[in-house]
Design a protein around this ligand. Structure first.
Ligand code: GLU
Length: 435
């Protein structure tokens, strides 16, 4: 192993869990996993330096006329982490917690995620610091359009293709597509994915991340010799990823005993009727008040005695504090970065099989890729075709990562990083350094 891999001059984090500067910093969490995989791959020092840095970070101020006639200025960020394998790809989130570090980490995760499932994209992420729940539809539209104008220089079907993420949806994607198209003077559907079906969206895209989680959970159960029928599952997060994962796992025969969202969690050992809970949330916006189970906290949900735990909300929910108490046999990371790097070692010691985020939730970007292909070809696939192709890609990627983890005697996360970093590194080697 080259010594400068162990002691890079610009190191932010050392791959030693006791030396974390801040367990909650997602960029450090990403980097420490990257460092470990780079070390195992014996990645050459030059490429190591290249892959530790984002290619571009853009911060824009977005003045918006609010409904009360006052001007508010929001901060928007877009980070292109690496575009060696293709156009930058990654969602845009609207949230009060958005920071440059977080968006950079998420952009790096997108780079590794696209490489794990081998879709020809690089990685990007965007974020706007705002509280969308307190904004009207008009305010959100004006903010989206102003942010899109601000990052226009990056966007394009061949350069940077956003998608939905936390608190953004098809409607937001439609505004982005329209703003971009108006400036280009012609309609460009392939500039975003996760659009409404009527304007170039793909069938199956909305459910894709949750469906992907279902496929990899089934693979993990088979690998561990556990049956799908009667497997108990707790799902944290009841947005697009959590609710669809729960619904599809229930359809496969799993028993969903706990679900939770930002308003709290519900536990019912007899099993929760997920379709009913989804209908409730559609009407009431949150799970609060859904009486068909015992009310518990989200922290309690994470440490329930279940077979499968699906953290499908935000980052840093599994930490050194609660990891020792987790009882699930399998963790399927529906969210990006739900486990801190320092907690990894604890989960390993407990023998918990973790399907890492960059594999577990890659179904979303996989169908984004299918959407982009369909837009560019102008020919649209049936939902069955989308779902079958998604299943094939998720199952193959799971098996590739599992194989590598056995070969190198490492956990699934390290194997997933090794696979993706080696794919990105290979392209860098082939392309060489432009001067
Ligand atoms: N936001 C999703 C993710 O984190 C989807 C990204 C995309 O489809 O580009 O994977």
């Amino acid at each position: 192993m080259p010594t400068d891999l162990r002691l890079p001059t610009n190191a932010i984090v050392q791959p030693d869990k006791d030396r974390f500067l801040n367990e909650d910093n997602p960029f450090e969490a990403m980097m420490s996993r990257f460092d470990r995989a780079a070390e195992l791959l014996d990645l050459e020092p030059g490429l190591y330096k290249v892959l530790r840095k984002p290619e571009k970070q853009l911060i824009v101020s977005c003045p918006v006329m609010m409904d009360n006639g006052e001007i508010e200025v929001f901060t928007g960020i877009r980070v292109l982490y690496n575009t060696s394998r293709g156009p930058a790809k990654g969602g845009i989130r609207f949230d009060t917690q958005v920071t440059l570090d977080e968006v950079t980490a998420l952009a790096a995760w997108m780079t590794w995620k696209c490489a794990v499932v081998n879709v020809p994209f690089g990685g990007a992420k965007g974020g706007v610091i705002c509280d969308p729940l307190k904004m009207s539809a008009g305010e959100l539209e004006r903010l989206t359009r102003r942010y899109t104008s601000g990052i226009m220089q990056l966007l394009g079907p061949d350069s940077d293709v956003p998608a939905p993420d936390v608190n953004t949806n098809e409607r937001v994607m439609a505004w982005i597509m329209d703003t971009y198209s108006m400036q280009m003077r012609h309609t460009v559907t392939a500039v975003v994915t996760g659009k409404p079906i009527e304007m170039g969206g793909s069938l199956g895209r909305r459910e894709a991340t949750g469906r992907g989680c279902m496929f990899v959970v089934k693979e993990a159960l088979a690998h561990l010799g556990m049956s799908v029928k009667g497997t108990t599952v707790a799902v944290q997060g009841f947005g697009n990823v959590g609710s669809v994962s729960a619904q599809l796992l229930a359809r496969e025969g799993c028993k969903i005993v706990a679900i939770g969202d930002r308003s709290g969690a519900i536990y019912n050992p007899a099993g929760i009727d997920i379709d009913d809970a989804i209908a409730y949330v559609k009407k009431h916006k949150v799970l609060e008040g859904y009486g068909k189970g015992e009310k518990i906290s989200n922290d309690d949900l994470l440490t329930l005695d279940v077979d499968v735990l699906v953290p499908a909300a935000l980052e840093n929910v599994i930490t050194t504090k609660n990891a020792p108490k987790i009882r699930a046999k399998i963790i399927c990371e529906g969210a990006n970065g739900p486990t801190t790097a320092a907690a990894d070692a604890i989960l390993d010691e407990k023998g918990i099989f973790v399907i890492p985020d960059i594999l577990a939730n890659a179904g979303g970007v996989t169908v984004s890729y299918f959407e982009w292909v369909q837009d560019r070809g102008g020919y649209f696939w049936s939902e069955d075709t989308v779902n079958e192709r998604l299943r094939d890609l998720m199952v193959k990627s799971f098996r590739d990562v599992l194989e590598l983890s056995k070969q190198h005697k490492v956990n699934m996360r390290t194997a997933a990083y090794m696979l993706s970093i080696s794919r990105v590194a290979t392209v860098h080697r082939l392309r060489g350094i432009y001067a």
